[in-house]
Design a protein around this ligand. Structure first.
Ligand SMILES: Cc1cc2nc3c(=O)[nH]c(=O)nc-3n(C[C@H](O)[C@H](O)[C@H](O)COP(=O)(O)OP(=O)(O)OC[C@H]3O[C@@H](n4cnc5c(N)ncnc54)[C@H](O)[C@@H]3O)c2cc1C
Length: 406
C-alpha cells in the first residue's frame, strides 16, 4: 500500500506528525510495535509511561487519609492502567477522526521507500479492514509491505542496559521495568541523577520509598536553570531523598541476603532493597534495518538530521528522542510540525492543537528553531554518499571500518 507519509512510532512525536499531515489531506499510516492487534490502542511510549506514572502517584498520594507507605504496586498498576486507557482512547479517537491507518508490528526498511511489518502483524495483527488490495501485499510469511513518498522515523529511545549491570527485573531494574515490580520496595538506589533519575527519585519518594540518588557529577542538571534545580533539590530533601554525588558507580549487584548494593569508585558500598538504573537512553533503531535505506546511526543509536530534520535520504525525516537533544515532549512535537511543513512544502501552514485534539494544548505555529535547538545526534560520515564517480563504499576498507565503528 502506498502512502504520502509513513510514520514509524506513535508516541508524541509520531502521533502529532501523523495528525498534522492528515490535516493537509495526506494519506498517512502509523506503524507502532506497541499497538494492540485488536483496535490499535495501547500505545505506551516512554514519556507516556513517566507522565502517566507521575499522574498516578500524585492521585494516589493525594488522599490525605491514606499513609503513602500503604500504597501497593497493584494500586499503582491499577491507577496507571486507568489513566493510560483514557490517554490511548484520546489518541485513537484523534487518529480515526483524521483517517490515519494504524498498523501493528515491527517496522523494518526493505529499501529507502518501502517498509515491511513483521512480528505481531504475522500473528493476526491489527490492520484496517483487509481489502483485496491489501491482501495482495501480504508476503507468504505474513509480513506486510508499505510504501511511502515520505517517511518519518519517530522511534524514540529506550533506557540503556549495559552488559556489566545484572538487570533482573526485580532487584536491579531500569525505568521500563518499574511497573512490573512485585511489591513497593522500602528503599531504592537510583543510579544517575539526570532528568529521568530525578523524576523517578521524587515520584518514588512520594510513595514513601527511601531513595538515594547516586551520580558521578558534583552538580546535578547543570544545563538547567539553577534556581529551578535548587527548588527541586529542596523538595527532594523535604521528601527525605538522599544524594551521593561526585563518585561513579562501578558495580551494581545483589547481596547474599537478597538486597542490592552499588559499589562506588572509592570502594564504598551503598545498600538498599532495589536499584533503578537511569544512566542514559539509546535510540530505538536497531531493528529498523536502516542500511537498507542507506542510513546509519551514531554510537548511541541516534539518527543524524539536518536543520529540516531530514536524514541523508531527503525524503526520510527523524523527530523526537531518536534524533537526540532535547528529548522532551514539547520539542518533539514542535519538530513534528517542522517536518510536516517541510515535507509537504507548507512552510507557512499553522497547526493548532487544542485540548480536544490530544493532551498538548499549545499553539504550534512556531517557525524553524534557532540552531541550538537543532537535533544533536553526532554527525558521522555517510558511507553511502556518491563522491566523484566512485561510491564511498569503494573507499578503502579502513575508512569504512572507521565510520561503522563510530
Ligand atoms: C523516564 C522518563 C521520563 C520522562 N519524563 C518526561 C516529562 O515529564 N516531560 C517531557 O516532556 N519529557 C519527558 N521525557 C522525555 C520523553 O520521553 C520524550 O521526549 C518523548 O517520549 C519523545 O517522544 P518520541 O515520540 O520521540 O519517542 P517515544 O516516546 O520513545 O516513542 C517511540 C515509539 O516508537 C515505537 N517504536 C520504536 N521502534 C519501533 C519499530 N521498529 N517499529 C514500530 N514501532 C516502533 C515505540 O513502541 C514507541 O511507541 C521522559 C523520558 C523518560 C525516559
Amino acid at each position: 500500500m502506498r502512502y504520502d507519509l509513513i510514520v514509524v512510532g506513535s508516541d508524541p512525536a509520531g502521533q502529532k506528525a501523523a495528525v498534522a499531515a492528515a490535516k493537509l489531506n495526506k494519506q498517512v499510516a502509523i506503524i507502532e510495535r506497541g499497538a494492540e492487534p485488536t483496535n490499535g490502542t495501547g500505545l505506551l511510549g516512554d514519556v507516556f509511561s513517566s507522565q502517566t506514572l507521575r499522574e498516578t502517584i500524585l492521585h494516589l498520594t493525594d488522599d490525605q487519609r491514606r499513609d503513602e507507605r500503604s500504597i501497593t504496586m497493584d494500586d499503582v498498576r491499577r491507577k496507571f492502567a486507568h489513566v493510560a486507557e483514557i490517554e490511548m482512547e484520546l489518541n485513537q479517537d484523534q487518529r480515526e477522526r483524521h483517517g490515519i491507518d494504524v498498523f501493528s508490528g515491527e517496522a523494518r526498511f526493505i529499501d529507502p521507500h518501502r517498509i515491511e511489518l513483521t512480528s505481531s502483524f504475522g500473528k493476526g495483527g491489527y490492520q484496517p479492514v483487509p481489502s483485496v488490495e491489501m491482501a495482495q501485499h501480504l508476503s507468504p510469511d505474513g509480513s506486510f509491505e508499505l510504501e511511502g513518498e515520505k517517511i518519518l522515523i519517530a522511534t524514540g529511545t529506550v533506557p540503556t542496559r549495559p552488559n556489566h549491570i545484572p538487570f533482573d527485573g526485580e532487584r536491579i531494574i531500569n525505568t521500563n521495568e518499574f511497573l512490573s515490580l512485585p511489591h513497593t520496595p522500602k528503599s531504592m538506589i537510583i543510579v544517575g541523577g539526570g532528568p529521568t533519575g530525578m523524576e523517578y527519585g521524587l515520584m518514588l519518594a512520594m510513595l514513601g520509598i527511601e531513595v538515594i540518588i547516586v551520580d558521578g557529577r558534583e552538580q546535578l542538571l547543570d544545563s538547567h536553570n539553577r534556581e529551578i534545580i535548587d527548588a527541586l533539590l529542596y523538595h527532594a530533601h523535604c521528601l527525605g531523598t538522599k544524594f551521593r554525588l561526585g563518585e561513579d558507580v562501578i558495580a551494581l549487584n545483589r547481596t547474599n541476603n537478597n538486597l542490592t548494593f552499588a559499589e562506588l569508585e572509592s570502594g564504598e558500598r551503598i545498600v538498599a532493597e532495589t536499584a533503578l538504573y537511569c544512566a542514559g537512553q539509546i535510540g530505538q533503531t536497531e531493528t529498523l534495518n536502516l542500511q537498507a535505506a542507506n542510513l546509519e546511526v551514531d554510537e548511541r543509536g541516534r539518527l543524524w538530521c539536518n536543520e529540516n530534520l531530514q536524514t541523508w535520504q531527503k525524503h526520510i525525516y527523524g523527530v523526537g528522542d531518536v534524533v537526540g537533544f532535547q528529548s522532551q515532549v514539547g520539542p518533539s512535537v514542535d519538530q513534528s510540525q517542522t517536518v510536516v511543513r517541510h515535507a509537504f512544502d507548507e512552510m507557512k501552514t499553522e497547526f493548532r492543537h487544542n485540548s480536544f485534539e490530544g493532551r498538548n494544548t499549545f499553539n504550534a505555529n512556531v517557525e524553524c528553531h534557532s540552531s541550538n535547538d537543532l537535533p544533536h545526534a553526532r554527525e558521522i560520515d555517510n558511507p553511502f554518499e556518491q563522491k566523484g564517480n566512485e561510491t564511498s563504499l569503494e573507499m578503502s576498507a579502513a575508512e569504512v571500518e572507521l565510520v561503522s565503528t563510530a
